[in-house]
Write a protein that binds this ligand. Structure first.
Ligand code: SAH
Length: 347
């Protein structure tokens, strides 16, 4: 089975020509694919052409929405999607004043095994293809009934998986979603979150992807970070800082650091001092995140007062910092949790 959504415009054109069809059919087909259409919805394409595609083993869409939960508090929607091979992934649509942001997954599961995260509990199952990442954006656009005026204005690669551990598929997704003939979403409106795979950060800069690079830091020293993030063994914090400086020099984009606060671990005065020392002089912003409780992981989040004090300390020392808004608090929590619940791995 081949998913048409995995191909870029030039590749679709080649498929169409190879099947003996006229070139303009490629444009029509590509437009339908980007609207989330199935073959039977592609009204202006001849049945004989669709039949040829089917006979060649092509399917149109890469993912299908299985379930949607909508928050009564802020309109946040959480999605459960099914892939063509039956695997399940999840995503979120968040509504802001300036537009709507979708959080997409890049892998089924994850290899990184961070101590607070539900996505890595079963390890990596498989990488998502470019079309399976794009399919999340397209399916949610369609579900929100938007055609010309797009529902989704911003994308964050912060769902399940480590995007830089699936570099080729993720960058092809970025090309697809950025393409003029496609959804045409600008790199300025895309954030990519990574636990810090340094060699890939250099590559991303060299390959010219000028997006908002977000680093899941979560600790200011290697000793502390090793307790929750095994990736620190391979890429110590000093290497990450070097890599993000390179990324900033190449792209001019401010770096964002994620810092989920864990009670008694990274929320002490000593930690805030070490964080200030680490980030001094970098053009960056710190997103302080209240930890979502994951039962299997057992770690406890810091209370709100201490989070506020931590942020004040950073700001007093000229480090820009804000608390991440908690959205969709009534419809099930953190990375990977909804999927687990769906698969009945959580009661
Ligand atoms: N692998 C990538 C992107 C996926 S996770 C990365 O590491 O950045 C998206 C963000 O959610 C990361 O910052 C991750 O560390 C954070 N996260 C994971 N579990 C969490 C939890 N229980 N509470 C709060 N944040 C969590």
């Amino acid at each position: 089975m081949k998913q048409l959504l995995d191909y870029n415009y030039e590749e679709i054109e080649k498929i169409v020509l190879d099947l003996g069809e006229k070139k303009f059919r490629a444009k029509q087909l590509f437009e339908w694919l980007n609207k989330g259409a199935e073959f039977n919805e592609m009204k202006n394409l001849p049945a004989s052409f669709i039949k040829k595609l089917e006979d060649e083993g092509y399917v149109a869409q890469a993912i299908h929405i299985k379930d949607v939960l909508e928050s009564k508090l802020d309109g946040t929607k959480k999605y459960i999607y099914e892939l063509n091979d039956g695997n399940i992934i999840e995503g979120v649509l968040m509504k802001y004043k300036y537009g709507n942001t979708i959080c997409v997954s890049t892998q089924v599961g994850c290899r990184m095994n961070c101590a607070f995260c539900a996505s890595g509990l079963d390890g990596l199952i498989r990488n998502l293809t470019p079309g399976e990442i794009l399919g999340q954006v397209i399916a949610v656009n369609k579900d929100n009934k938007v055609d010309k005026e797009r529902a989704i204005t911003n994308i964050v690669l912060m769902g399940s998986g480590e995007p830089l551990d699936n570099y080729d598929n993720v960058t092809k997704f970025l090309d697809l979603v950025n393409a003029e003939e496609g959804l045409n979403i600008s790199m300025r409106n895309i954030s990519l979150s990574t636990c810090g795979l340094c060699d890939k950060i250099y590559k991303l800069a060299d390959d010219g992807y000028n997006l908002t690079l977000t680093i899941s830091l979560h600790a200011p020293t290697n000793a502390q970070r090793l307790q929750t993030m095994p990736v620190t063994k391979k890429y110590p914090i000093e290497e990450i800082i070097k890599a993000v400086k390179y990324y900033f020099d190449k792209t001019g984009r401010r770096i964002v650091f994620e810092y989920a606060m864990i009670e008694g671990q990274n929320d002490t005065l000593e930690s805030s001092k070490a964080l200030v020392a680490l980030l001094k002089g970098l053009t960056c912003h710190v997103n302080v995140i209240p930890l979502n409780y994951v039962k299997e992981r057992g770690l406890k989040g810091t209370n709100m007062d201490s989070i506020k004090n931590f942020i004040k300390y950073l700001e007093d020392h000229k480090i820009s910092a804000t608390k991440r808004r908690t959205m969709g608090a009534d419809i099930e929590g953190a990375c990977g949790q909804l999927r687990r619940k769906y698969l009945n791995k959580d009661e």
